[in-house]
Design a protein around this ligand. Structure first.
Ligand code: UDP
Length: 235
């Protein structure tokens, strides 16, 4: 296997499947199957999941809600998604733990780095819920932060697009895909990979990012096996 310890970032919106809101049971079951397959290869996998399918603090703020209050709701949305993914994985017989950045002890473990790493060593999927635990951050930042903390080899950003393009391929039919980019190239070309805070944190810590299409079955396995699909951003 190309990578030993991986952090997989999934957006909340990806969980909607064809729906406009919430969690599509079929989509989450497919994700769980793909995750089970790579776990069987002996990789260590941690997951950060977004909350955009349920609530975003910015959306609340645009309707007059206090931003911090909205972000708290967004963080709770990521916990809901984490529990849903945990459930889908357990149905597949995959051992998991959810650790949250905000304490909800009756529901999940609090984030404790050493404990998270121990779970990974024991072959459990660790799902980090609650983002960073702070308002004004995103789950991309949480994903990079946790990846660095647990010493992951790579962060895999699963999206519905199969990599980083010269422009938005959903809007521009002439857009072309990059196979490899340096952090510096992403910045100089003004490409969008993650929000600036998350991207800078990744760059400063030389944590490679692979952007790939998580909605094509088997793609996760291909990456873990070392096939170059998607776009790799590295130093
Ligand atoms: N959020 C936050 N702090 C964090 C991570 C997330 O306040 O560290 C809130 C924020 O309101 C955000 C929401 O949780 O909009 C959902 O996360 P995100 O937008 O990153 O989800 P995604 O776009 O990946 O679905």
């Amino acid at each position: 296997m190309q990578y030993k310890r991986i952090l997989l970032k999934l957006s909340g919106e990806a969980l909607m499947g064809d729906q406009q809101y919430g969690i599509d049971p079929k989509r989450i079951a497919e994700y769980a199957e793909d995750i089970k397959a790579v776990m069987a290869k002996g990789v260590e996998l941690a997951i950060v999941i977004g909350g955009g399918n349920i609530f975003r603090g910015l959306a609340g703020a645009s309707q007059g809600m206090d931003r911090v209050q909205g972000d708290h709701m967004g963080m709770l949305a990521t916990v809901i998604n984490s529990l849903a993914l945990q459930s889908a994985l357990e149905i597949q017989g995959v051992e998991t733990r959810v650790q949250t950045a905000i304490k909800i002890n009756e529901v999940a473990e609090p984030f404790i780095r050493r404990r998270a790493m121990r779970h990974l060593e024991k072959g459990r999927v660790v799902i980090f819920g609650g983002g960073t635990g702070n308002p004004y951050f995103t789950t991309d930042s949480a994903a990079v932060l946790r990846a660095i903390e647990i010493k992951a080899d790579v962060i895999l950003k699963g999206t519905r697009v199969d990599g980083i393009y010269t422009s938005d391929p959903e809007k521009d039919k002439n857009a072309t895909k990059f196979d490899n980019l340096s952090f510096q190239e992403v910045l100089s070309k003004g490409l969008k990979v993650m929000d600036t805070t998350a991207f800078t944190l990744s760059q400063e810590n030389e944590l490679p990012i692979i952007v790939f299409d998580m909605n094509t079955r088997g793609n996760l396995m291909k990456i873990v096996s070392g096939e170059s699909i998607g776009t790799l951003v590295n130093v």
